[in-house]
Write a protein that binds this ligand. Structure first.
Ligand code: PRX
Length: 665
């Protein structure tokens, strides 16, 4: 990476105070104000959340703020609402119907502005189509679509009717779709014929066809297909239906279905430590309030902002900070379908320039790519509209932070480095851009309502600058409600609380009574949090979360593979990269062809983004006496680049371990 050592040195110990101009205009403009809010949120949660939630429309106002039956929480417990009323109708009723909700930018260069009024009309027409198909409150629907306005339209149409959506990132393969459709027991799949990626069409519908082939997903009755690419596709009569046919002639109004605040809004699958992805359930009321408030205060959103988050809606960042939290604030966003380097490395800056983007939220992995591509690309465009920058998904290296600040932010834009997770629903630890001084590499301080701590394995708080586990001591509105399982929310059903044991053992067992985030962290003498990375077998590749167990079970499903061990190792661009070590079954020989085949196998089973950067064949995996794979040694081998020969031939990594006399017990 073109990391700038001079900047790396400069970063150490530097503190960036918010500028007086920024603070003067900000929602939260001073450290006293931030401290007061945080303190009040913990001492008087009723009063704090009452004020915040009163901004929204509830068909039945809540009287009970919160219940906590560890590990299950409920918020705005007896309230009722519809989230789309708050994201759409409310703004139109207030006279903002003509405001642009999304400036949509298609990859091939097509563009489309869509106002709040137009968005509501489309949501209603599509919701009426879903209703005609017999879909109703509580049903699950899978969405597998690229970054086009119809994706938020479909999400919001589901939410209009109380249907629970589950969006699958368009990079996932047929096998991954099948697993998620079946886990969710989805009644319908909404997809496009294809999606554009660097000038080529990715066959999304074909992936759906493959997922559903041979009646592999018996719960699916309909596949709704939006036409994006106009390529020939297979169309199955009786099952498949065109989006345009479904909405044709449908009224553009649709009464919202009011749901209890705890009604599940969506299920989003994410990787954990076991092979099977977890269906994270978020509930309507708490998620709405939490994502809306975090959006407003952290991105300091105002009526005239043009906000742009470059994430894909297939991940939680897009759910919370392209769709729900942002629309709830009624601001204008940019939504971009394509890749950041197509047709050239200046693509994003050209878009910032053209739409006068004011707030820009992206991932460190993207910033590292911008650095690699060179300062000349942003320099070609006028970025002076930018006033605030954000970072999410992985730790941002201080020198990368400084580059972002200097080259993209023109040294005038505060940077909010936001720490959170799929499970947290919204941002948890973050600067307030007008109040909290930033230190490059630190996510700084907790959001109001959030009480984090750094503890040792026994749950005792550790001292300043000591490494420990990141925990959260009390529930918050956007918190995960459980791991989805059939029967969710049905009293007396075995699945009422989802996969209860897995939920408990993942988040609440290791340290009793508190939420364990799964990240290692330190906290400095100013109380600033510095996230180090995952403590479990979850990898973070370009901000995409991958479970090593998931990758290993995919590899051993290949007939050539006897055993597999997957680890992450540092990568200048993607943060972490995947290394796979495999032993082969008799009759299979190591070589280039098999290496390619195994990488493609993971591509087909999970998705291209999960393919290992390094794949090595070994005669045996190094193991401890009790048979545990010595992952630390594998990590060292991958990191050191210590290669015993051509990596496509058989190595004897077991022997390396024996030679070193290592034993990790
Ligand atoms: O390890 C942390 C890292 O991403 C994990 C959560 O991944 P996911 O659920 O996919 O959500 C990503 C987007 C919210 C965390 O456990 N992470 C996220 N944000 C940061 C981060 N690590 C360091 N700094 C961050 N700002």
């Amino acid at each position: 990476m073109a990391s700038d050592d001079r900047n790396g040195e400069q970063a150490a110990g530097r503190v960036f105070e918010p500028s007086p101009e920024f603070s003067a205009a900000a929602h939260i403009g001073s450290m006293e104000q931030y401290r007061g809010l945080h303190q009040r949120s913990l001492e008087d949660p009723e009063g704090f959340w009452r004020e915040v939630s009163d901004e929204f429309e509830w068909s039945r106002p809540w009287t009970v703020l919160n219940e906590w039956n560890e590990p299950f929480t409920k918020w705005f417990v007896d309230g009722e609402l519809n989230i789309t009323v708050n994201c759409l109708d409310r703004h139109i009723d207030a006279g903002y119907g003509d405001r642009i909700a999304y400036h949509w930018e298609g990859e091939p260069g097509d563009t489309r502005p869509i106002t709040y009024a137009e968005l509501l009309a489309e949501v209603c027409a599509f919701a009426n189509g879903l209703r005609e198909l017999g879909l109703e409150k509580g049903d699950r629907v899978i969405l597998y679509m690229p970054m086009i306005p119809e994706l938020p339209v479909a999400m919001l149409a589901c939410a209009r009717l109380g249907i629970v959506h589950s969006v699958i990132f368009g990079g996932f393969s047929a096998d991954a779709i099948r697993d998620r459709v079946n886990d969710a027991g989805a009644r319908a799949v909404i997809c496009t014929d294809g999606s554009w990626r660097r000038g080529k069409v990715i066959p999304l519908k074909e992936n759906v066809d493959n997922a559903l082939a041979d009646n592999a997903c018996p719960t699916v009755e309909e596949v709704i297909v939006f036409q994006r690419c106009e390529d020939e596709i297979n169309f199955e009569d009786g099952r498949d239906i065109w989006w345009h046919d479904l909405v044709a002639g449908k009224p553009e109004t649709c009464d919202p279905v009011m749901v209890p605040a705890e009604h599940p809004l969506y299920v989003l699958y994410t990787s954990g430590t076991t092979g099977k992805p977890k269906g994270v359930v978020h509930a309507t009321g708490g998620y709405m309030v939490y994502t809306a408030l975090t959006s407003k205060w952290i991105f300091d959103l105002k009526d005239d902002d043009v906000y742009w988050c470059t994430a894909d809606i297939g991940w939680v960042t897009g759910h919370s900070y392209i769709v729900y939290g942002i629309l709830a604030n009624g601001v204008t966003s940019v939504m971009y379908e394509g890749a950041p380097d197509f047709p050239d490395f200046g693509r994003l800056w050209e878009i910032v320039d053209r739409y006068d983007v004011t707030v820009f939220y992206t991932a460190p992995t993207a910033v590292r790519a911008f650095i690699k591509w060179g300062d000349e690309w942003p320099a070609k465009h006028d970025l002076s509209s930018l006033r605030l920058l954000g970072s999410v998904g992985e730790p941002i290296n201080p020198e990368v932070w400084l580059w972002y600040h200097r080259v993209i932010g023109g040294e005038r834009c505060p940077i909010v480095d936001t720490w959170w997770q799929t499970e947290t629903g919204g941002i948890m630890i973050t600067p307030f851009p007008g109040a909290i001084a930033t230190k490059p590499g630190s996510a700084t301080l907790p959001f109001p309502g959030i009480e984090p701590d750094v503890v040792d394995e026994q749950g005792n708080s550790v001292g300043a600058n000591e490494r420990g586990l990141l925990i959260v001591r009390r529930p918050w509105p956007g918190m995960i409600r459980g791991i989805y399982q059939e029967g969710w929310g049905q009293p007396g059903h075995p699945g009422e609380f989802g996969e209860r044991d897995r939920f408990v053992s993942t988040y609440f067992e290791k340290i009793a009574g508190v939420y364990l985030a799964g990240d290692a962290v330190t906290r400095d003498e100013d109380g600033y949090y510095w996230i180090i990375g995952r403590i479990d077998d979850v990898l973070n590749v370009s901000g995409h979360r991958l479970g090593t167990a998931e990758l290993e079970s995919s590899l051993v499903e290949h007939p050539a593979v006897a055993e597999a061990a997957v680890i992450g190792f540092p990568d200048d661009l993607t943060g972490e990269a995947v290394a796979a070590f495999v032993t082969l079954r008799g009759g299979f020989a190591a070589g280039d062809d098999l290496q390619l085949e195994l990488r493609n196998h993971i591509g087909n089973q999970i998705g291209r983004f999960a393919r290992p950067k390094m794949l090595r064949f070994t005669s045996a995996l190094p193991k401890t006496r009790s048979g545990k794979i010595m992952r630390r040694l594998l990590k060292e081998i991958a990191t050191s680049g210590e290669v015993t020969g051509d990596t496509t031939t058989l190595e004897d990594i077991g022997a390396i371990a024996a030679l070193r006399g290592d034993d990790e017990e």
